[in-house]
Design a protein. Structure first.
Length: 389
């Protein structure tokens, strides 16, 4: 059967502009390559030669129909900006801000100009080694690597890359973050010093209940039932940079995980401290002309949200007054876990109080012991076996 004139014309056009090729990459993948004219070409990457052949035929048809766009090669900077925008509505705002901050500060200035398909494993290996020489912590390097790896894995899924060039990078070994474990005497001393602080109730709840910074800053009086002595954690507050304006704004969102939304039965001690805190807050409220009525348990002297940075500075001053070693605010949560464990509270109850998703997180990641506890363990061994040695 003779071919139609349209088929003949299409074949002539392809010969004039180039039929396209299928070649094998050095890593074993197959590249479908179609010339677009003016020295440019379109490439897609596949696992098998058959897939690449089909892709080549499709691209040729799209090209001849005028549907295949002639674009300049995308740089890593262009791609990462596109990738961040695509993920903006799928991740927490604090996570998005963290992704953007690390990529903008650490990756884009060095490799942003490189074409996406020209990225090599050696480029990232050298970059990570430079960070190590700058004394950037191994955990931070691994964190940034996870972001890059996720972004380039998506590039492979979207057929922009044949393979992920960072998948075989050698990473520095993780280093367990040292958590300062307070002794019973230090806990009592810290709380005594905190009594003179306006946020005494906050520090006491962080240390004895293990509440997170954002949970405490987002806590409202309506979340507390004094009659049943219970507290419900429904939200968390962060202070993040808005990419659109460049200014930081308060963001109120749900807790980090489903387990983070929880109810806590309050000890009578905490109930009394909260009642006293409420009385003092009412006195301040009555003395100021402008009060932002947000129903916050812990707020500024005008009723607004406290920034996490302000709370950190307040905690640092408290440690200085108490003469204790510097620690992050989050260390109070680790110490709360130790206190609950020492009180022999059921592991599941501890897990739910702290809002963890697994017992492993509660007992391993948040499992700490004091030197006094190690000494007590040695004494217990002596009492049990000492006479027989």
């Amino acid at each position: 059967m003779p071919r139609s004139k349209r088929e003949d014309d299409g074949k002539l056009k392809r010969r004039a502009r180039g039929e396209g090729t299928v070649v094998q990459h050095s890593d074993g993948r197959w590249i479908a390559r179609v010339p677009l004219g003016n020295g440019k070409r379109k490439e897609e990457y596949y696992k098998t030669k058959q897939e690449a052949e089909r892709a080549k035929r499709r691209m040729l048809n799209e090209r001849d129909a005028g549907k295949l766009a002639t674009e300049r090669e995308q740089t890593l900077k262009d791609y990462l900006e596109y990738w961040l925008k695509a993920h903006r509505t799928t991740i927490r705002k604090t996570t998005y801000e963290m992704y953007q901050r690390n990529l903008a500060a650490r990756v884009i200035p060095v490799l942003g100009h490189v074409g996406l398909r020209k990225l090599k494993v050696e480029m990232f290996q050298s970059l990570y080694q430079e960070w190590e020489e700058e004394q950037l912590s191994p955990n931070t390097i691994r964190l940034i690597h996870r972001i890059i790896n996720e972004a380039l894995n998506d590039a492979v899924k979207w057929k922009k890359l044949a393979y992920n060039p960072v998948q075989n990078v050698k990473l520095p070994k993780t280093r367990k973050v040292k958590i300062y474990v307070l002794t019973d005497e230090e806990i009592e001393h810290l709380l005594n010093c905190a009594q003179r602080n306006r946020l005494y109730a906050l520090f006491r709840m962080a240390l004895l209940l293990g509440m997170r910074k954002g949970e405490l800053l987002g806590l409202k009086w309506s979340d507390i039932n004094f009659d049943t002595a219970t507290l419900t954690i429904k939200r968390t507050v962060s202070y993040v940079r808005d990419p659109a304006t460049g200014h930081s704004v308060f963001h109120v969102g749900l807790p980090k995980t489903e387990a983070g939304e929880r109810s806590i039965h309050l000890p009578l001690d905490i109930v009394n401290v909260l009642r006293e805190h409420q009385e003092k807050q009412n006195q301040i409220r009555a003395s100021v002309s402008l009060w932002k009525n947000l129903d916050l348990v812990f707020c500024t002297r005008g009723g607004n949200y406290i920034t996490p940075q302000s709370l950190t500075r307040c905690f640092d001053r408290l440690l200085g007054i108490a003469g204790l070693e510097h620690m992050k605010f989050h260390a109070l949560r680790h110490n709360a876990s130790r206190i609950l464990r020492k009180l022999k509270i059921d592991p599941v109850v501890r897990m739910e109080m702290l809002g963890h998703t697994s017992l492993e997180m509660t007992d391993i990641t948040y499992g700490h012991a004091t030197q006094e506890q190690h000494k007590e363990a040695a004494e217990d061994i002596d009492r049990l076996f000492g006479e027989n040695l």
